[in-house]
Write a protein that binds this ligand. Structure first.
Ligand code: SF4
Length: 359
């Protein structure tokens, strides 16, 4: 088993992945963080989270850095990353949300991102969404507009990665992806440089398929000529696509609800979503549905803030009290109510987002 950080394949055999790659399972009793992402077991593993959690408890400085490649429009699968950043910001973390325009251009195929201009156009949209989620220009940076110190640091990092090392971790030496990895490492580690927040435990939230980045980051951080903490990582579950099997991905628009989808598009996509319902109304009334395999239930699990809503829905589904038609209607309303407010804030944020991206 190998992970492809740039692929759209969904990882299903988590136990095997934990064993093979030496990740620790996330123990929510040991690290009780009061947010539904943690309560609902959507945070599954970590590397070195203990020292970070100690900092949160002792109220000393702790840092975070996360980012999204501006290689497409944001969808609800990305929202987990954004929600996680909010959780640690609210707990007191200092740090940044990186809008990765250069990374998106260098690591994605030309048919997806043909030029830097396209990556920057996505960067504007993604930045406006981040502002709509309540972040400010102090929380966000765009790679292409980062300071010269950051770029010096990218070159310092390049001296600590050999081509053999890169190939051993990623299985290839694609030069565009090498550049993207150098930028990602600089993103994650630079927060600890004296010119930024200085040496402190730092955290980055990623999906399991991004683990190669975590491994190489931690390895390089130990060999840099700076007194820094080895960065910690936590791993979240990827939200599935709306169809059976795939992960929610902008490469497959039919599998995803985008943050700029219209109410009609949301309705169409949810109505076509794979559920755990039975073949007939009678059978479902009698035997109940199966929320464990249902993508509508999964949508609520990833995004509905109220735990009791989820518990009740599970009970009503299994008992056959609620049917899929009504349940999908509730999901459409839930999404469209959220998007109505979010899209208003997004439109208002666009001028500021342009300024952040183009100056
Ligand atoms: S009733 Fe809702 S949760 Fe249950 S299978 Fe149907 S859509 Fe899924």
């Amino acid at each position: 088993m190998t992970f492809d950080p740039w692929g759209a394949t969904k990882i299903t055999d988590y136990e095997h992945a934990f064993k093979k790659f030496g990740l620790e399972k996330f123990d929510k009793a040991k690290f009780p963080i009061d947010h539904y992402l943690f309560r609902r077991n959507l945070i599954i593993a970590h590397r070195d989270f203990g020292k970070y959690y100690d900092r949160i408890k002792s109220k000393k400085t702790f840092l975070q850095l996360t980012g999204i490649a501006s290689s497409g429009n944001l969808h609800f699968g990305h929202k987990v990353d954004i929600d996680l950043f909010r959780v640690f910001k609210d707990l007191g973390a200092k740090g940044y949300f990186c809008v990765c325009d250069l990374d998106a251009y260098t690591s994605r195929p030309d048919k997806k991102i043909p030029d830097l201009k396209t990556a920057k156009e996505y960067a504007v949209k993604n930045t406006a969404h981040l502002i709509a989620f309540g972040f400010t220009s102090k929380d966000i940076y765009v790679q292409s507009r980062k300071s010269s110190r950051y770029y010096e640091f990218v070159f310092e990092i390049s001296k600590k990665i050999t081509s053999n090392m890169f190939e051993a971790v990623y299985g290839h030496k694609d030069l565009g992806k090498v550049s993207a990895v150098l930028l990602q490492l600089a993103d994650i580690i630079h927060v600890q440089l004296p010119e930024f927040f200085g040496k402190n435990p730092s955290l980055t939230g990623i999906g399991l398929d991004q683990d190669p980045h975590a491994k190489i980051t931690r390895d390089v951080a130990k060999r840099l000529p700076y007194d820094i903490e080895t960065p910690s990582f936590i791993y979240f579950l990827h939200q599935s696509g709306l169809k059976e099997g795939s992960k929610m991905s902008s490469s497959e628009p039919a599998t995803a609800i985008f943050l700029d989808d219209s109410p009609d598009v949301v309705k169409k996509k949810i109505n076509r979503t794979f559920t755990g319902g039975k073949d007939s109304v009678e059978e479902q009334r009698e035997k109940g549905g199966n929320p464990d395999i249902c993508k509508v239930y999964e949508f609520f699990r990833f995004h509905h803030p109220d735990d009791s809503y989820l518990v009740n829905l599970g009970k009503e589904c299994r008992s056959g009290k609620i049917l899929c038609g009504e349940c999908k209607g509730n999901c459409v309303k839930f999404i469209n109510d959220f998007l109505e407010g979010h899209q208003k804030k997004y439109k208002k944020a666009l001028p500021e987002a342009k300024k952040i991206v183009y100056g």
